[in-house]
Ligand binder design. Structure first.
Ligand SMILES: Cc1ncc(COP(=O)(O)O)c(C=O)c1O
Length: 853
């Protein structure tokens, strides 16, 4: 690859961004233009950065990158840029030990764990919980509130087991509970809470309910939890009362109120009269009367409301709290034994770091929020002379967003860009116009030999007319677009071949490029259609990621997430880029980026030019809530290889919750104290699957896993190997009677190792195959993570696993392909070796990661 040509290419792109840049060198000009284009420069860092002179100082530092991407704005205490240009993570916040995200990624990928990688930093959750509680403690003290605060975590925000366990562990000292919104969530939470042995822990039960749901809640009470059923619809009251009678358990009841105060943002439909959930005033009164008739007013203990997520302005909190507090007081005065006021979620996250009212931001602090909640309740309690309730909040976003970081690589190949350019030039050069013959004659001759030739000749004429004159440039562009449209029309009429049409496209692109070049050199204005603001000259970076799987809200509700390179921050990013994901869906892209000033989203993200043979890693931050839960398997991209990081030796919360070794896909953890190594599986198709096939055949024939030595494949052997592989998928190793199971099968295709490390089940405990395992195990050296350890690595879904979600049976599919291959071999249509190779490839892909290698 010709690197200098590449550089020229990117310089050209940058030049196109804005033509008049005085006497700057190419590099300086590029820097300036990329900066201007992205429109996200920190004026404070370089007061004159918008002027050419500023750009003539060719220095750039990680601090500049941090300012450019507004890391201090959204990174809270957890993310910053290091002096050597890497993104750092401080899972325990300011002052805590720090991890180098790029170094960690490099170590893991070098050992065979494929990107994209999802990092889950559990201590961040602990830190957020502590901060939230500290804010409420400060507010309670400040307003001399005699009630208490006891938060719950809404598990719908993220169901991951390690995360829920971390919430319980870190939350225990603060009496933190959980909130559920469905029967399945309740089933999950019941076990998790039972496992803690904490009696009286708050469990708020929301969502649609049936009789089974009601009974489960009552069973939770029997287990000692303070499980409260929140009436979201009036009809639920009967269901609950019948279940309570059946089981002979007295319930604790909450009422969800439909408040009239409306939240203005995207999630505003959760509030107001037309909201989907909650009881209106007259239904509340009816429910109170019904409970009084049943002699159960002592069971009505909680008022619940949730006006929507991501409340960006504190005024909304004040208004909502006032309305809700009076409602609470009324319920007390109607005789209900009220004890809790549950304010729902809504505490926002500053995704763009602008600290404004923008949808991607918030213009208040955690302390403002706590103060306004506490003071509003306090005021009404004093006014009405009632006892202050325990205040519950259900913050999901604010507690867990920061904990997940999604690292992914860019796939765009430089070769393609280079090739495109060369091809374009070749086409232009190949059209010969002879100087010794009049042009009209040549055009006539071209017309006789076909429309394609004619069009290409006329394009050549356009080229000749690109002269240093503003009017000529406009004319040239108009002609080029006219001929391009002609090309399309001619193709539709069937008089232009596909090849000729492609050449017309290339000529058009080359003509536009020439026009830009001349305009820049002669300092002339570009034709309107070529101005950067009309056609943004962003580059599209193809990334190893599915937006629908991992950042679905960026597609579904245009949510913005900070996206930043995790290395090369010491270099100025000079390429304004958009991101295109792996799915074959035109919506699978990111072309709106955070605006550090909180205004409209930016159309491009400044990134670095790619380097040959070097991975370029980016990360999406603040994805810890809703994205994993709502992500779909569009195009069958499955869950990600996930690395769960905890404090070394377990958390310090000491809630009596033991962090169990992860047992993934049937792997048993090795005893504590073994060598601190992680054994991972590769899913390299050729080596892995041939080894597994060899093992399969070894199991059947010679108990040998040595590919080189086993007998040549036969159709029977292929079919048998497929059947054996299918059995492995079915969960029953396919070992013929009397034969010793080969190693591959004994492990069920996965291995699991624990490392020594400092505490309990140590780093890498219970690790299995990563994104589809095979027989070739890899050894990951123990990672030296100051102050932290990897609790577990959870392999992303394999193709087979994703298929099963759509009711496909991987075992049956392997058998079917095996049988077809065996039949082709038996019929002499396929040489046995190729049959075996086909099956090996199919098996490996079935067991492989759904993302790019
Ligand atoms: C009832 C309820 N509580 C809590 C939450 C969590 O909200 P947030 O993530 O904004 O804190 C939600 C989410 O929409 C919800 O519906």
């Amino acid at each position: 690859m010709d690197v200098s040509l590449l550089q020229q290419l990117s310089l050209k792109t940058a030049r196109d961004l804005e033509p008049a840049c005085g006497d700057l060198s190419d590099g300086e000009e590029q820097v300036l233009k990329a900066r201007r284009y992205s429109g996200i420069f920190s004026p404070s860092k370089r007061g004159s950065s918008e002027s050419p002179e500023a750009a003539s100082v060719p220095s750039w530092s990680p601090a500049d990158s941090a300012a450019l991407y507004n890391v201090p704005g959204w990174g809270a205490e957890y993310f910053k840029a290091s002096d050597d240009g890497h993104m750092l993570v401080s899972p325990k916040g300011e002052g805590g030990p720090t991890l180098d995200l790029y170094a960690l990624t490099e170590q893991l990928t070098a050992a065979g764990l494929r990107a994209p990688l999802l990092f889950r930093f559990l201590p961040i959750v602990g830190h957020r919980i502590a901060k939230l509680n500290a804010a409420f403690a400060a507010a309670i003290e400040r307003f001399e509130y005699t009630g208490q605060y006891a938060g719950v975590f809404p598990v719908k925000a993220n169901h991951d087991k390690s995360l829920i366990d971390a919430v319980l562990e870190y939350g225990a000292p603060h009496d933190f509970g959980l909130e559920v919104g469905s029967k399945a969530e309740l089933v999950m939470v019941m076990a998790r809470l039972a496992g803690t042995g904490r009696r009286g822990v708050n469990l708020v039960c929301n969502g649609f309910k049936d009789a089974e749901y009601m009974e489960l809640v009552l069973h939770c009470r029997e287990l000692g939890m303070n499980a409260m059923v929140v009436m979201e619809q009036y009809s639920e009251l009967d269901l609950l009362l019948s279940a309570a009678r059946r089981l002979g358990v007295r319930p604790s009841i909450g009422i969800r109120a439909k408040l009239t105060t409306r939240h203005a943002g995207h999630w505003g439909s959760t509030s107001g009269d037309k909201a989907k959930f909650g009881l209106r005033a007259r239904e509340i009164v009816a429910a109170v009367n019904a409970l009084a008739d049943e002699g159960m007013l002592d069971c009505l203990n909680l008022l619940h409301f949730h006006v929507g997520s991501q409340i960006t302005n504190i005024r909304m909190v004040k208004e909502v709290m006032r309305e809700a507090s009076f409602l609470y007081a009324e319920l007390v005065q109607m005789g209900a034994a009220m004890r809790f006021i549950d304010c729902g979620g809504g505490l926002a996250v500053d995704y763009d770091g602008s600290f404004t009212d923008s949808h991607a931001s918030m213009s208040y602090t955690l302390q403002h929020y706590a103060n306004d909640v506490v003071s509003a309740v306090q005021e009404v309690c004093i006014q009405r002379g009632i006892a202050p309730p325990t205040i519950i909040t259900e913050s999901g976003r604010a507690l867990a967003s920061h904990a997940s970081v999604l690292v992914f690589d860019v796939l765009t190949t430089l070769e393609c860009l280079h090739e495109k350019r060369v091809e374009q030039e070749e086409v232009v050069e190949s059209i010969e116009i002879r100087d010794d013959k009049p042009l009209t004659k040549q055009l006539r001759a071209a017309a006789r030999s076909g429309k394609g030739k004619f069009l290409l000749m006329t394009f050549k004429e356009v080229f000749d007319n690109i002269t240093a004159d503003a009017f000529a440039l406009r004319e040239a562009y108009n002609d080029a677009s006219y001929f391009k449209d002609e090309g399309v029309r001619a193709f539709k009429l069937g008089v232009l071949s596909l090849e000729e049409r492609a050449q017309v496209d290339m000529m058009f692109d080359a003509a536009c490029e020439r026009i830009r070049e001349v305009a820049r050199e002669a300092d002339l204005p570009l034709p309107d259609a070529l101005r950067p603001d009309a056609v943004p000259h962003t580059k599209m970076y193809h990334v190893n990621l599915s937006v629908f799987r991992s950042a679905v809200d960026s597609w579904a509700i245009q949510q913005l997430f900070p996206i930043v390179p995790i290395h090369r921050l010491e270099e100025e990013p000079t390429v304004p880029a958009t991101l295109a994901d792996l799915t074959c869906d035109s919506d699978g892209k990111v072309d709106r980026f955070i605006n550090p000033r909180g205004g409209d989203p930016l159309p491009a993200l400044p990134l670095h030019p790619l380097r040959l043979g070097e991975k370029y890693y980016l990360a999406v931050f603040l994805t810890g809530v809703y994205q994993e839960v709502m992500g779909s398997i569009h195009n069958m991209f499955g869950s990600l290889n996930t690395v769960v990081v905890r404090e070394a030796g377990g958390s310090q919360a000491g809630a009596g919750l033991s962090v169990e070794p992860a047992v993934v896909q049937g792997c048993a953890p090795a005893p504590v104290g073994e060598a601190p190594q992680l054994h991972l599986m590769t899913d390299d198709a050729s080596s892995a699957s041939s080894a597994s096939l060899a093992a399969l055949e070894g199991g059947m024939e010679a108990d040998s896993a040595d590919t080189a030595s086993h007998a040549p494949a036969s159709s029977a052997a292929i079919a048998a190997a497929a059947a054996a592989a299918a059995d492995v998928h079915d969960g029953s190793p396919g070992v013929p009677d009397g034969a010793e199971a080969p190693a591959f099968m004994q492990d069920s295709g996965h291995e699991s190792y624990a490392s020594g490390g400092s505490g309990g089940f140590a780093a890498f405990g219970g690790v299995c195959a990563c994104g589809g395992g095979s027989a070739s195990g890899l050894v990951l050296p123990s990672l030296q993570l100051a102050g932290y350890e990897v609790q577990e690595v959870v392999p992303g879904e394999t193709v087979g696993q994703v298929l099963s979600r759509a009711n496909h049976d991987a075992g049956e599919m392997l058998r079917s392909v095996g049988a077809a291959a065996a039949a082709a071999v038996a019929a002499g249509d396929l040489p046995p070796e190729l049959g075996q190779r086909l099956l090996a490839a199919y098996t490996a892909r079935m067991q492989g990661y759904t993302y790019m290698a």
